[in-house]
Design a protein around this ligand. Structure first.
Ligand code: MIC
Ligand code: SF4
Length: 630
């Protein structure tokens, strides 16, 4: 494993969720493998749980039947959010996990080496293929001291985002260590590793220690415990020190998770909605604390407080104590255990509203309301805002923090997780009319001649490229239909322009494709005719997705060339296979203006392995696999 070079990892476990899973399983099916070749694969339904039409329900039935047929466990809607459930029921310290969801590094909270990936990469791992990543740098995050009351794990990751930005973690694994580690529970660790994704990190990991053992014991899974710690050698690439005792309550302002300031700097900001939950902050400990604070109080009349517990186990435990009724009596709206508002599945805030959310992303429009101001914060800050009706520092607002002891014995019940069929040959896969087969894509060819159909700035997220939300998510298994929404919130003419051009190029600046793992953000542009994305730099998972679907990712050798490109320019990139096989490190592009005159010639660089070049030339990974060349 040489830093900066591609390495292939053997994958023990995979997880999928429904919004990326339908496509992943269609791709897995196309590979013709009779049964998954992992130690464990789980298919969760947690994103598209609003059934406003037949589409989501059809997808759920498809997922359940295909899981039964191919040796995959199935977790139906209602069980909870994939990452929370995977920690509770299936994650094993020391094993590798990839998930078709960018927050899969949550598993690093129990010492898993867990990566987010596109659905096709998850499908390949299920088929027993290695998972390829560029060998990252390893960053030691040395945690000192202990968090003070009203400061939480969320503030640790917000502090890292403040320090490093949404680009700061690219090409790095964050390994947490130091005396502060043992002061953090598994759910707290998982909050941190979950949101390491927002740093752009390859993944994040905690050691597996006595705290991990206690967590697994409370889940009735002590047999899965393995002690894991760094070997003590001081051979990290970088080191960051965080003194937990010095952190104040922090908050990420609109519209980026790294736009962080102290909560105390935002006082007098009125709040109209508070949402507590998501895979970042929906553990039993988070929920019990919220309930305890809400007990005997009432939510401010100008605020709508919504709470989504992370799992059926968490909900059952809340219901078995008075915690659930304390929330309800306080005026909270308790939602089902699912992603819910985090992915815009309901609870869009009112126009121009301020929404405080314990989630991990606040990209513009993701909440479902384009002009809403979404802030990301801890459950402590969120509940204080719900009661005060404005952003307040909980340490000033409440006084002494109530103690919350999570019961040692939890409601462990695996009966709502469905094992694979014992008679797979008799299992029929059920496909509804919303599930459309994947189109065939053509090979790359010798040249690219494409019109610039959009020019974008820094940090374009996959939520910009292909939004989610209650209206668009149900189309995830219907590529022709979902493609119509590409860049819908950024440029309403994008789809029309791209179709008219027939062959298009996307021009972007730094960190193109940050955020989710949704491969639809590559698939839909490809379907519309995008041949290349030329950017200053790319986010890891999206870069892999572009390659997997045969879109050539190129970088400006001279960032100033970005400024010279305009909408409607025609870009001509000749002799791509020839340059690849000659071992060239650059391609040469010619720019023609709308009237066909050569405007300029400029170099484009790429950092592709031979395997990636072959995939691109074949027109994508599925073609490459089918060609039998791998
Ligand atoms: C997200 O948080 O954006 C999602 C929805 O979970 C995505 C996956 C998807 O788009 O289906 C992610 O994080 O990968
Ligand atoms: Fe679900 Fe939100 Fe977590 Fe994505 S970030 S998995 S939408 S809860």
């Amino acid at each position: 494993m040489k830093k900066g070079e591609e390495t292939g990892l053997k994958i023990d476990q995979t997880l999928t969720q429904d919004a990326t899973g339908t496509m992943a399983y269609l791709q897995f099916e196309a590979m013709g493998v009779p049964k998954v070749r992992t130690k464990l694969s789980v298919s969760y339904v947690d994103h598209n749980t609003l059934q406003t039409g037949f589409e989501n329900a059809d997808d759920h039935r498809f997922l359940q039947s295909i899981a039964a047929k191919y040796g995959i466990w199935f977790s139906p809607a209602g069980n909870g959010i994939c990452h929370q459930l995977h920690l509770e029921r299936f994650g094993v310290p020391g094993q590798t996990l990839i998930g078709s969801d960018s927050h899969t590094p949550t598993g690093g909270g129990i010492g898993m080496l867990a990566f987010g990936a596109g659905g096709l990469d998850a499908a390949c791992a299920m088929a027993g293929e290695p998972f390829f990543i560029t060998m990252p740098k390893i960053v030691k995050v040395n945690l000192l001291g202990r968090l003070t009351p009203w400061v939480s794990a969320k503030d640790v990751i917000l502090e890292l985002l403040r320090m490093l930005s949404v680009k700061g973690g690219r090409g790095k694994i964050f390994e947490f260590s130091g005396p502060g580690v043992k002061t953090l529970s598994v759910p707290e660790r998982a909050t941190i590793t979950n949101m390491g994704t927002e740093l752009g990190a390859t993944t994040s990991i905690f050691p597996s220690d006595e705290v991990t053992k206690g967590f697994l014991a409370s889940q009735g899974r002590i047999k899965d415990f393995a002690k894991l710690a760094a070997d003590g050698a001081d051979d990290y690439d970088e080191e960051i020190v965080i003194d937990l005792s010095s952190l104040p309550p922090l908050i990420a302002k609109p519209h980026s998770p790294d736009n962080v300031s102290r909560v105390s700097e935002l006082k007098n900001t009125k709040v109209q909605q508070v949402a507590i939950g998501s895979c970042t902050n929906s553990s039993l400990a988070d929920m019990m604390l919220i309930a305890k604070i809400l007990k005997g109080r009432k939510v401010n009349r100008n605020v709508s407080l919504v709470i989504s517990p992370g799992s059926r186990q968490v909900m059952t435990m809340l219901a078995a104590s008075s915690a659930l009724s304390d929330m309800i009596n306080a005026g909270a709206r308790v939602l089902e255990c699912a992603c819910g508002p985090c992915i815009g599945m309901g609870q869009a805030p009112p126009s121009g509203a301020v929404s405080l959310r314990t989630f991990n992303r606040n990209f513009e429009g993701r909440s479902g309301t384009k002009d809403a101001d979404v802030y990301l914060c801890s459950p402590e800050v969120a509940v204080a805002g719900a009661l005060a009706g404005e952003i307040v520092d909980p340490s000033k607002y409440f006084g002494k923090k109530p103690a919350v002891a999570v019961p040692k014995k939890l409601a462990v019940d695996k009966n709502m997780f469905f094992p694979p069929s014992k008679t797979p040959s008799k299992t029929v896969v059920i496909r509804g009319p919303n599930i459309k087969p994947l189109p065939e894509f053509s090979p790359l060819g010798n040249n690219i001649r494409a019109a610039v159909v959009i020019k974008l700035g820094d940090n374009i997220s996959t939520d910009h490229i292909l939004p989610a939300g209650a209206k668009i998510l149900p189309l995830r298994s219907n590529l022709p239909a979902i493609s119509e929404h590409t860049f819908g919130a950024v440029d309403r003419n994008f789809v029309k322009r791209t179709k008219e051009a027939g062959s298009g190029a996307i021009i972007a600046a730094d960190n193109y494709g940050q955020g989710s793992s949704r491969e639809h953000a590559a698939l839909a542009p490809r379907y519309l005719g995008i041949k290349t994305v030329i950017a200053k730099s790319f986010a890891r998972i999206h870069l892999a997705n572009l390659i997997n679907f045969g879109i050539l990712p190129l970088a400006f050798k001279n960032p100033a060339d970005y400024d010279a490109l305009n909408l409607s320019d025609i870009i001509n990139i000749p002799d791509i296979p020839g340059r690849f096989s000659a071992g060239a490190t650059e391609l040469e592009a010619t720019v023609l203006d709308a009237s066909g005159d050569v405007k300029k010639t400029f170099p484009l660089s790429y950092d592709l392995t031979q395997r990636q070049k072959d995939i691109l030339l074949a027109g994508g990974l599925l073609n490459f696999i089918k060609s039998g060349k791998k």
